[in-house]
Design a protein around this ligand. Structure first.
Ligand SMILES: C[C@@]1(CC(=O)O)c2cc3[nH]c(cc4nc(cc5[nH]c(cc(n2)[C@H]1CCC(=O)O)[C@@](C)(CC(=O)O)[C@@H]5CCC(=O)O)C(CC(=O)O)=C4CCC(=O)O)c(CCC(=O)O)c3CC(=O)O
Ligand SMILES: NC(=O)C1=CN([C@@H]2O[C@H](COP(=O)(O)OP(=O)(O)OC[C@H]3O[C@@H](n4cnc5c(N)ncnc54)[C@H](O)[C@@H]3O)[C@@H](O)[C@H]2O)C=CC1
Length: 154
């Protein structure tokens, strides 16, 4: 893929974000979104220990269930489809499109209205890093280098 992706920096405070799936990818992304004080609802039949802690601390809201039994809330600012079922992720994508909602299918780049960046944050800077979708490792390694440069480690 060689398309250029335009970075936008959007305040997320109090905006509702729905995340379908509560595994490794969902956890990584929820942690990133919490930095921005988003109002996160996660839908999944089960959650990992780390997410359970966030739910108990009331940092995120959990709907215990599965798509399509649990529907997409149309007042969501955007939706992340991050289940481990390709067909389910695709159905979520299609329902979002029908409702004019922004959606990211973590398993399929052709079903992403926007892409999830790697983030480096300091007191007064936010750096968002993305590639062209061909080298996730390079994006991640670049974030690590910039973290070292700006924060001296981590
Ligand atoms: C295109 C994109 C679409 C989107 O927005 O969803 C996408 C897609 C996919 N990633 C895959 C694999 C991995 N992604 C990571 C890590 C990150 N991926 C992220 C973003 C994006 N990933 C989007 C834009 C990327 C860009 O700009 O180029 C980051 C930046 C942000 C975040 O996710 O938090 C985060 C680094 C954060 C940081 O380090 O800070 C690792 C781990 C690693 O490399 O260390 C692995 C491999 C190991 C693993 O399995 O974890 C697969 C194959 C899945 C499969 O085959 O099943 C797909 C699917 C596909 O390519 O179609
Ligand atoms: N974009 C990225 O960075 C990456 C994307 N992926 C893709 O992301 C997706 C998720 O990967 P992982 O987090 O590793 O999976 P995982 O197996 O760790 O977690 C999947 C989660 O989905 C939930 N789930 C399953 N069916 C569901 C349904 N019908 N409704 C709601 N929740 C449901 C499960 O309970 C579980 O919590 C896969 O599609 C994979 O291809 C994988 C690695 C990296």
């Amino acid at each position: 893929m060689s398309e250029l992706r335009f970075p936008m920096f959007i305040p997320l405070e109090h905006k509702k974000i729905m995340v379908f799936g509560a595994g490794k990818v969902a956890y990584r992304r929820i942690n990133t979104l919490l930095l921005f004080h988003a109002n996160i609802t996660v839908v999944s039949p089960a959650v990992c220990k780390e997410l359970e802690n966030l739910i108990n601390q009331k940092k995120i809201y959990w709907i215990k269930g599965s798509y399509p039994d649990c529907l997409i809330e149309t007042d969501a600012f955007f939706i992340l489809a991050a289940t481990n079922d390709e067909k389910i992720n695709e159905s979520i994508y299609k329902e979002c499109k029908k409702n004019n909602l922004l959606v990211n299918n973590a398993g399929n780049q052709s079903q992403c209205d926007f892409f999830f960046p790697a983030i480096v944050e300091t007191n007064d800077l936010i750096v968002g890093i993305a590639g062209n979708g061909s080298n996730h490792k390079k994006v991640s390694e670049t974030a690590t280098k910039i973290r070292k440069e700006l924060r001296g480690g981590e």
